[in-house]
Design a protein around this ligand. Structure first.
Ligand code: NAP
Length: 251
């Protein structure tokens, strides 16, 4: 069975490892290409956009793909919408590997905002020392609030010139641990964290560190992410794929 995994997450890489030595499946992993040197993967990997829904439809047809697994990041809503539309057009099944969001714990000082634009406004007029843990793509939006001092953690340095004037870049790739995150927030005298609700363990330590230090978190809500059949883990995805494979073969 030919499978396309839309990846870029820890779960996608775990699924790739499960499928790599499984003779039932011939799988390819697809990455958006957001990082210059992606972590090595257990499966053959293609990198870059497909060219919208039409491009993905062509890719699925040309590659005779039998099933797609959407294991993209919780904030990659466009790719998910394209995957759902393209799978419907081609008539193949889609599973969506969803990562549970973090939930507010006692002591968390979260301010929920709808999107990154709202996070910029939520920082307020008074200058603050802000830790931006949102990746690279939306950093230019914070140029709209130049009064703050920003520490932005990214994997690759952003190319954009429209960045906030008081911005320090910290290049690092997760996972991050609690001791290091606590030290980071302390050393930089951070008084507010801006985060996406990524879920999972790899980047949760900053939320725990903020809780321990009494630092508020501006939490950007997840976008609506269109989904096919929802699966909760890489292992459950393999079971779903096997079911789809049996249906395909009529057994
Ligand atoms: P997106 O807005 O859903 O996708 C934008 C376009 O990128 C898609 O239409 C598609 O291009 C291409 N794309 C996305 N994922 C792909 C994949 N796995 N394989 C091939 N092409 C892919 O997603 P995004 O721009 O990558 O990210 C949106 C937000 O998600 C970011 O702000 C970031 O916070 C978060 N995020 C993403 C990743 C990641 O690996 N993508 C990792 C961490 C965080 P075409 O239309 O040309 O097919």
């Amino acid at each position: 069975m030919r499978v396309l995994i839309l990846g870029g997450t820890t779960e996608a890489s775990s699924l790739a490892r499960l499928l790599a030595n499984d003779a039932r499946f011939e799988a390819t992993l697809s990455l958006a290409g957001r990082t210059a040197q992606p972590a090595s993967q257990a499966l053959p990997t293609r990198i870059g956009g497909f060219g919208g829904i039409d491009g993905l439809v062509h890719y699925l047809k040309d590659g005779k793909i039998d099933a797609v697994v959407d294991a993209t990041h919780p904030y990659a809503d466009q790719m998910s919408a394209h995957a759902l539309a393209a799978c419907e057009l081609v008539g193949i099944p889609l599973a969506s590997l969803a990562r549970a969001p973090w939930t507010r714990q006692a002591g968390d000082g979260w301010q929920d905002v709808a999107d990154t634009e709202a996070a910029v406004i939520a920082l307020g007029a008074v200058p603050r020392r802000v830790f931006l843990a949102i990746g690279r793509q939306e950093l230019p939006l914070f140029a709209g609030a130049p009064q703050h001092n920003y520490l932005a953690r990214v994997i690759d340095a952003p190319a954009e010139t429209q960045l906030p004037p008081r911005l320090t870049l910290l290049q690092a790739r997760g996972p991050f641990d609690l001791a290091a995150e606590t030290t980071l927030l302390r050393d930089h005298r951070i008084d507010v964290v801006v985060s996406k609700n990524a879920g999972g363990n790899a980047t949760y330590a900053k939320i725990e560190a903020a809780r321990a230090l009494g630092v508020p978190v501006v939490m950007i809500a997840r976008p609506h992410k269109p989904a096919g059949h929802v699966v909760a883990s890489p292992k459950e995805t393999v079971a779903w794929l096997d079911h789809a494979r049996r249906s395909l073969r009529g057994v």
